[in-house]
Design a protein around this ligand. Structure first.
Ligand SMILES: [Zn+2]
Ligand SMILES: [Zn+2]
Length: 348
């Protein structure tokens, strides 16, 4: 089969590799019908995720069709259409029993395209298949499902739920990349009074407006705190989500929140940030971090299937799988291409 292989820092190759085979009795093999590229894949390519070995097939999001199941797989059948989640789950360890699948101790967690071969290929082996896939409801398209593999549950769980967004809240989202925009969509489920999105790229701020942001701020031309002060009588935002992953955007997020408010960090950080305890110890803040668990995926699938969440609006570019190189270039140059979510579909 063909697959997108990480071949060392800065290098990748769409190349011929052996087809995956069943290894464990709980495995399934899934033919990948629709797949996407994540910002995390770009981090891997930069060399930021050193545990990814050269030769690893990238990708942790897919919608596909089951072509083989191991002898212990109980809920899937050959021919089923499934969402392959970014998080796998052994189902039996302490964390899985508590719904914290992202922290799985039994060989799951974020493994696809990280510790084992991933989804940017014609076929993928999915471990713990019963617990690591979700059946696609009738009438729901691949494009509606693919964004539920990672970005929607990540924004919803690590941003909206951890930040405890509530009715009437002023919510500030720092960063209007795919994760920040997915946070706009899922924060709206809780009827905040204002969603304020902060970024430095006007194209992304326009996308945020289209998805439902009430106020957008280009932090190169306006001080975000001034805008938040106007909306809150000088108090600060009820909830701030950090969706960039840089020290300065984390520090800004803490600076934007009101006393007794929540800062929910979603961004993937590669460098230390300063926590100004000398200023915030007195403010009763809650600051949360997290890797997605995907415990909310069934809820999000239900919202999509019932027309309550139109997640496919984030897809901006579509390619056949044999144009994976172009797709990476376009996604990697989002500032110029305007790419949010780039999807690829099987050619045969
Ligand atoms: Zn991802
Ligand atoms: Zn587990």
């Amino acid at each position: 089969m063909q697959a997108m292989v990480y071949t060392g820092p800065g290098q990748r190759s769409w190349q011929t590799v052996p087809d995956p085979v069943l290894v464990d009795a709980t495995d399934a093999i899934v033919r990948v019908d629709t797949v996407t590229i994540c910002g995390t894949d770009l981090h891997i390519l930069k060399g930021d995720v050193p545990e990814v070995e050269s030769g690893r097939i990238l990708g942790h999001e897919a919608v596909g069709t089951v072509t083989a199941i191991g002898s212990a797989v109980q809920t899937l059948s050959v021919g089923d259409r499934v969402l392959v989640s970014c998080i796998s789950s052994c189902g039996a360890c302490r964390y899985c029993r508590q719904g914290h699948y992202g922290q799985c101790l039994g060989g799951g967690g974020w493994i696809l395209g990280h510790l084992i071969d991933g989804t940017q290929a014609e076929y993928v082996r999915v471990p713990f298949a019963d617990n690591s896939t979700h059946k696609v409801p009738a009438g729901v398209s691949d494009e509606q499902m693919i964004v539920l593999a990672d970005i929607l549950p990540t924004s919803y769980e690590v941003g909206v739920l951890a930040g405890r967004v509530g009715p009437g809240d002023v919510v500030a989202i720092v960063g209007a990349g795919p994760i920040g925009l997915a946070a706009v969509l899922t924060a709206k489920l809780y009827s905040p009074s204002h969603i304020v999105v902060i970024d430095v790229a006007d194209t992304r701020l326009e996308a945020a407006k289209k998805l439902g942001a009430d106020v957008t701020v280009n932090s190169r031309s306006r001080r975000p705190r001034d805008v938040i002060d106007e909306l809150t009588g000088g108090l600060g935002a009820d909830v701030v989500m950090e969706a960039v992953g840089l020290p300065e955007t984390f520090e800004e997020s803490v600076d934007l929140v009101r006393p007794c408010g929540h800062v929910a960090n979603i961004g993937v950080h590669g460098a230390p940030a300063t926590l100004h305890l000398e200023r915030i110890w007195i403010k009763n803040l809650t600051i949360t971090t997290g890797l997605v668990d995907t415990h909310s995926t069934p809820t999000l699938i239900s919202l999509v299937a019932n027309g309550r969440l139109d997640a496919a609006t984030m897809i901006t570019h579509r390619y056949p799988m044999d144009e994976f190189d172009t797709a990476y270039q376009v996604f990697g140059d989002a500032a110029n291409s305007g790419a949010l979510k780039v999807v690829l579909t099987a050619t045969s």
